[in-house]
Ligand binder design. Structure first.
Ligand code: NAG
Length: 212
C-alpha cells in the first residue's frame, strides 16, 4: 500500500512532462522527411534536429508562433520518397517540392494539412493515385501535380474544393473522365493533356472510372 502514492506521483510527473517532450513535433516531422531523402547538393545541411524548433533552418518559414507555414524545396536536387510524417505539419500553407526526383506514392496524410493554400509536386516521379483525402484541403488554391507518373482517375471528391483556382495534372498516366462540377467547371484542357483521360463526363451518365 505504501508504494501506491509513489506510483501516483510518477504518473503525474509523466503526464506533466509529456507536453514538453512533444513541442517540436514539426521539427521532428521535417527531420523524418529529411531521413527519407537523398540530398547530393546539401540543400538540407542547415536542418539541425538538436535546435529547439526548425524556424532557423533554410527553406523553412515559420509564423510568429514558431509554427512551420512554408516548405520551399522546389528545384533542390532532392530524391527519395515522402512519408506519413509530412501530415504532422498542421500549420503548413505552402508545400513547394516541384522539379526534383521525388518518387513513390503521394502520402494520404497530406490531406490532413487543413491550412494548405498551395501544393506544388510537379516535375517529379510520383506514382500511384491522387489521394481522395485531398478533398479535405478546404483552403487549397493551387494544386499542381503535372509531369509525374500518376495513375488512376481524378477523385470526384476534389470537386468540393471551392477555393481551387489552378489545377494541373498534365503529363501523367491518369484515366477515366474529367470532372465538370465545382472548380472543375473553370479549368482548361491544358490541365489534362498527355494522359489517358476521356473528355468531360456527361453529367453522371458515364461512370468516371470508365476506361481505367
Ligand atoms: C543542383 O545540382 C546542380 C548540378 O550539380 C547544381 O548546379 C545546382 O546548384 C544544384 N541546385 C541546388 C539548389 O543545390
Amino acid at each position: 500500500m505504501a508504494y501506491f502514492p509513489l506510483f501516483l506521483l510518477f504518473l503525474l510527473l509523466g503526464l506533466s512532462l509529456s507536453p514538453v517532450i512533444s513541442t517540436n513535433s514539426e521539427g521532428n516531422a521535417l527531420h523524418a522527411l529529411r531521413r527519407r531523402l537523398s540530398d547530393p547538393t546539401n540543400v538540407l545541411q542547415s536542418w539541425d534536429p538538436t535546435l529547439v524548433n526548425p524556424c532557423t533552418w533554410f527553406h523553412v518559414t515559420c509564423d510568429s508562433d514558431n509554427h512551420v507555414i512554408r516548405l520551399d524545396l522546389g528545384n533542390s536536387n532532392i530524391s527519395g520518397t515522402l512519408g506519413p510524417e509530412i501530415g504532422d505539419l498542421q500549420y503548413l500553407q505552402y508545400l513547394e517540392l516541384y522539379r526534383n526526383g521525388l518518387s513513390g506514392k503521394i502520402p494520404t496524410e497530406l490531406g490532413n494539412l487543413k491550412n494548405l493554400v498551395s501544393m506544388d509536386l510537379y516535375e517529379n516521379k510520383f506514382e500511384g493515385k491522387i489521394p481522395k483525402s485531398f478533398a479535405k484541403l478546404e483552403s487549397l488554391r493551387f494544386l499542381r501535380m503535372n509531369n509525374n507518373k500518376l495513375t488512376g482517375s481524378i477523385p470526384r471528391e476534389l470537386t468540393s474544393l471551392s477555393k481551387l483556382k489552378i489545377f494541373d495534372v498534365s503529363n501523367n498516366d491518369l484515366c477515366g473522365t474529367i470532372p465538370v462540377d465545382g472548380p472543375f467547371a473553370t479549368f482548361s484542357m491544358e490541365s489534362y493533356i498527355n494522359n489517358r483521360l476521356s473528355g468531360p463526363e456527361l453529367q453522371g451518365l458515364v461512370p468516371y472510372d470508365f476506361g481505367c
